[in-house]
Design a protein. Sequence first.
Length: 239
Amino acid sequence: MTKPDSVELFRSSVKSGTPLDIAICNAHTAMTAFDDPAYAEILSHMTVFNDGIGISLANRLLYGSNFPDNLNGTDLIPSVLSEIGVPLRIYLLGARENQVLLAGKYIESVYPNHKIVGWRNGFFDLNDCDAICEDINRAKPDLLLVGMGNPRQETFIVQNRYRLNATVTVGVGALFDFMSGTVIRAPKIVQAVGLEWLFRLLQEPRRLFRRYVFGIPRFLIEILKLKFKGSVTKPVRSL
């Protein structure tokens, strides 16, 4: 999908009240799904958007085409908030308490047409979510942003979807870190050449070393296996 297509998907879902659950898939997300069939099954219940140069390269290798746009959550959600054209009730779930609080204040300051109706940090037991789901439901959000990283955020959404009344849910990864200002994004020129992952690695080497230094080669190997085994089917656009 193009970015305008994706914004329209958000808009139509909110206006019609049709539930929509979005996962944003980068190379790390895909590798987690390769390694964990249960997580792959969770993603199969969601609408999956492409994120990053790794997924774009995989698409070229497997299907010979580019994605129209990079739909990473850090850029997509601000576009949605700017362009959706309807006021949203937004609930933020994830990150640390100060980060999610600052992210909420940022959204209300930059996008005053929308209202933050609730927030909570992301540190809780996924097997004990009753109080959190009740709090979300009391807030009646149009948009639930869940920033707890893969696979935790998608697992929370799918496991609890039957009892959540949020219209649109999105797993947004590190979005709250960026919005709160606790993590700095790469300069635009670095983003443009597809090296934002390297900028993040230099910022957080201990946390991200294994994901990028070992994860990227593993991801490319898995994609090449799919290509040369001939086990890839033609993609079908379902939306």
